[in-house]
Design a protein around this ligand. Structure first.
Ligand SMILES: [Ca+2]
Length: 484
């Protein structure tokens, strides 16, 4: 860390301390005006909104029944949508796990941190030019909220460092979390899955993750989301007893393969049937979390639940609705995610139960938006790529992100799921989406609202837009990948 950065952080700590003192003085004097002047929500620890981020693994845009799935019912998630807002033009910032998780955790493009594909063994990470874990100096939302008085907990899949043979990664606590419970792709306390087939055969998977620390609790894979939900509920209870607002990540490793639904739900045993059964089982287990919040007056009035997926579907399992492509692709199917915002006491009342079909934004925008909701101060050097779209999230506005949304494909995924010679880069700006290779060749240009399936390449007809967006995405890629 440079001297300048240290100075900035010391200065920020002084501001926080000064604000704390001013809060105390104001509370003693009972001067409301001074409370407001002292810096947003920093004084009102008891009334700051609670935040729960449900981040599902490998669920396609079209998999929730409220997003068009007619082969499975996700009734608990649908209820959130019917009481909240369902966003239809929301993107995650990578079509694969680790970088998508980095973006939604830091408000920055994952390319800045050399995290461009899923984290794996050391040798495989190095072959792809990747770091082994997220730099803990990244501007984690959890750390920012923790400094603002929040209790912060991570429950579920992590996959931002500490997996396979990467045993020396930082603990999850180093990223701003008071408590964590993860799976085979993270350090520290974890749940690992037992398996059971309809014929009674039992087993266990990912047992070598025991070397990544514990304690380890073995649970049926079909019930493991309940394990994360129960731990999150205990954590929220504790935060409430302490009078602290909470920020909770509930990141199930459902509905990622391998699929182990309850034994009475296997149907014909096909990949698709098993996937749909896991999806419904996950929805039912998340229902316990949603019910806990909905049934407590104080929580219902002051909690925001956000729910989305980390990337598009595995081929043959989930589906991306009208969109082309799958997980690992920069076509819409890989990067478009459903987003649901729920919070009856926080959302604009007329927005409840509506669908937002027009606001275009991305996971990186959630971080500055949630920092705004909490009235927190980001680190002085945060330099978010995301924009504060809190008013859009809460249904007070239909504003989109102003800047383009840029993407690069995982370096190990040039050909995948039957697609050959996939484009390297993509950018969405306004109605336009451009895809091209690193050198700008083979441009594809689509008018997304008119052509969501990306079928009609307009690059030849609109050379002006094609040239402009090609330059923008190439400049972004070359800048982002050399920042660190
Ligand atoms: Ca994933």
């Amino acid at each position: 860390m440079g001297a300048l950065l240290k100075d900035k952080r010391m200065a920020m700590r002084e501001v926080v301390e000064m604000t704390r003192r001013r809060c105390l003085m104001a509370a003693v004097a009972g001067v409301a005006g001074l409370l407001l002047a002292a810096g947003g929500g920093m004084c009102e620890a008891g009334t700051k909104p609670n935040i729960i981020l449900v981040f599902i693994d490998d669920m396609g845009w079209g998999d929730l029944s409220c997003f068009g799935n007619t082969e499975a019912m996700t009734s608990h998630i649908d209820q959130l949508a019917s009481e909240g807002i369902a966003f239809e033009q929301f993107y995650v910032n990578s079509p694969i796990c680790s970088p998508s998780r980095v973006a939604i955790s830091t408000g920055t493009y994952p390319q800045r941190w050399k995290l461009t594909s899923y984290l794996a063994h050391r040798k495989v990470d190095e072959q792809r030019g990747m770091a082994h874990w997220l730099d803990p100096e990244a501007p984690m939302l959890a750390g920012t909220l923790r400094r603002a008085g929040y209790a912060t907990g991570h429950f579920g899949k992590w996959h931002m460092g500490g997996q396979r043979d990467v045993t020396g990664a930082p603990e999850i606590a180093a990223y701003g979390f008071d408590e964590s419970l993860t799976n085979f792709e993270g350090l520290g306390p974890k749940l690992l899955p037992l398996t059971k087939r309809p014929d009674g055969k039992v087993g266990r998977i990912w047992a070598d993750a025991e070397r990544l620390g514990g304690p380890v609790t073995w649970m049926q894979r079909s019930e493991i989301t309940t394990g994360f939900v129960d731990a999150a509920i205990r954590f929220m209870e504790q935060a409430r007893r302490q009078g602290k607002p909470f920020y909770v990540n509930l990141w199930p490793d459902d509905v990622h393969s391998p699929f182990w639904p309850p034994v009475d739900k296997w149907g014909d045993g096909s990949q698709r049937r098993l996937y749909l059964a896991v999806l419904e089982a996950m929805d039912a287990q998340l229902g316990k979390l949603f019910g806990y919040v909905r049934d407590a007056d104080q929580l219902r009035a002051n909690t925001l639940i956000l729910l989305c997926s980390d990337n598009g579907p595995e081929r043959g399992a989930g589906r991306a609705g009208p969109f082309k492509g799958y997980k690992t692709h920069l076509y819409e199917g890989g990067i478009r995610s459903p987003l649901i915002a729920w919070g009856p006491g926080l959302l604009e009342k007329p927005a409840a139960g509506t669908r937002n079909k027009e606001s275009v934004f991305a996971a990186i925008d959630l971080v500055p938006s949630l920092v705004g909701l909490a009235g927190a101060e980001p680190p002085a050097d945060a330099d978010y790529d995301g924009e504060n779209l809190l008013d859009t999230l809460l249904g007070k506005s239909k504003a989109s992100r102003r800047k383009p949304i840029f993407f690069s494909r995982p370096p190990d995924r040039k050909n995948y799921y039957g697609f050959k010679d996939l484009p390297d880069l993509a950018v969405r700006h306004g109605k336009w989406k451009l895809l091209c290779d690193y050198d700008g060749s083979r441009p594809e240009l689509y008018d997304i609202p008119a052509d969501p399936g990306e079928r009609d390449n307009l690059a030849g007809d609109r050379a002006d837009v094609t040239d402009s967006l090609t330059k923008k995405v190439r400049d972004w890629y070359h800048t982002s990948s050399t920042i660190r």
